[in-house]
Design a protein around this ligand. Structure first.
Ligand code: ATP
Ligand code: MG
Length: 396
């Protein structure tokens, strides 16, 4: 199996660090398959994972799934290898073509000679391999519109033969941009923003605020399912579950009802800041998207963000809902997000929430709360779960 990473390859001086991190991430993700695999050194923009023993098709498919969902990988292929004599190349290419035979009618051979010292050129490889495949299998050669292309690359001491290039999700390896805390609700948006942050190299710890027992424990299960899905990309994610019912009650009792959501969000950010200190994270991530709901205005975002000195990143800020939904379907979180749940916030959403919060007034209202005590209480009752791509979903 050969893996390419174009963007990292372009990273110049940092390239080594990025590749090292990517390989560390890959090894961890593939730890359950290590009997089948041997990891080799990277050269050029490629990295090789050798398949060292007969591998059942379903296991190979699992490995392919893990590799294609690893941030930092632009594309890869599962290749056969052979020696560099014409006889060896022909034998391996015919056997490769034969394995795929039910899937195509016409084929083309695309060959390249990187090792120029072999006594034949790439045209000759194409001609001889094409001829051998024609003789063995009942297929047509079609150089322009074939439905099967077989690529042959003669390198230094070996030849690589492959047919399908599988695209990866690209981006940067998780961990190369540092750490961040992702504020994860059970909705559609925040799992997407969390994914996008991971895909830019951030190592994520998730924080979810809930109102159990006022809301059902199912809503927490749903968030765990979302995090489990996101471990397809990061491998292992810490999830903090923070009870906010008492905070909501204090807000409802003491402050202007129009500001309830903003005040709660401010406290969420403050708690996020405490978690960030614990996790050595340098940013908070939210799924806010400008204007998506009446309350996601610039004024409200500013009044919320005022609660923290930390960098707050909003990967979805300028994206249309349609695009976000498409992305959610793409990364596999959408079907989980649309499961019914009761939102911690929905319960205490006022009839007419503020859409243009005035900072001075928000601060005044916030000052009515015993913030330190409320935050301490919530942190004391907070739970931590470690969710991994190796934990079967039914066990969490
Ligand atoms: P989402 O689809 O992510 O729920 P939304 O469009 O419903 O987003 P809001 O509910 O206003 O928007 O929330 C804005 C952001 O605040 C969320 O994307 C998320 O990052 C954060 N947030 C909201 N509720 C919670 C919660 N209960 N726990 C953690 N973060 C939350
Ligand atoms: Mg929501």
């Amino acid at each position: 199996m050969i893996i390419n990473f174009e963007e990292i390859y372009l990273k110049g001086k940092n390239q080594k660090i990025f590749i090292k991190q990517l390989i560390r991430n890959l090894k961890r993700k593939l730890i359950d398959y290590q009997d089948y695999l041997s990891f080799s050194k990277s050269h050029g923009g490629s990295y090789f994972i050798e398949i060292i023993q007969e591998i059942p098709e379903n296991v190979l498919q699992e490995i392919i799934y893990k590799v294609r969902n690893t941030p930092g990988i632009t594309g890869f292929y599962v290749a056969d290898t052979s020696g560099i004599s014409m006889a060896e190349i022909i034998e391996a290419a015919v056997s490769h073509a034969e394995k795929q035979a039910p899937n195509y009618d016409s084929f083309a051979v695309i060959s390249k000679r990187i090792n120029k010292s072999v006594p034949f050129n790439s045209m000759e490889i194409g001609r001889q391999v094409g001829h051998a495949i024609l003789k063995k299998l009942d297929k047509k050669v079609d150089l322009t519109r074939s439905d099967f292309k077989i690529y042959i690359k003669v390198r230094g001491k070996y030849t690589i033969i492959y047919s399908e290039i599988i695209s990866g999700i690209g981006g940067l390896p998780v961990g190369t941009s540092g750490k961040a805390i992702a504020m994860l609700s059970g909705g559609i948006d925040s799992p997407v923003s969390t994914f996008m942050a991971m895909n830019r190299g951030l190592h994520i710890t998730a924080a979810h605020f809930h109102s159990v027992p006022k809301t059902s424990p199912q809503s927490i299960e749903k968030v765990k399912m979302l995090v489990q899905k996101l471990t397809d990309y990061q491998g292992q994610i810490k999830l903090y579950l923070i009870p906010v019912l008492e905070i909501q009650e204090a807000i409802a009792q003491k402050t202007d009802s129009r500001l309830r959501l903003i005040l709660l969000r401010r406290i969420m950010l403050k708690i996020g800041e405490r978690l960030a200190a614990e996790e050595k994270a340098k940013a908070l991530i939210t799924g806010d998207s400008l204007g998506q709901v009446a309350s996601q205005t610039l004024e409200n975002m500013a009044a919320t963000e005022d609660a923290t000195d930390m960098l707050v990143l909003r990967p979805l800020v300028a994206l249309d809902k349609k695009f976000i939904i498409e992305k959610a379907k793409n990364i596999g979180t959408y079907d989980i997000s649309i499961l019914p749940h009761d939102d911690a916030c929905a319960l205490f959403t006022p009839k007419s929430p503020e859409t243009k919060a005035q900072l001075k007034y928000v601060r005044e209202q916030c000052a009515k709360l015993d913030l330190e005590k409320l935050i301490e209480q919530a942190l004391e009752r907070m739970e931590l779960q470690l969710i991994s791509d190796r934990t079967p979903i039914e066990n969490i």
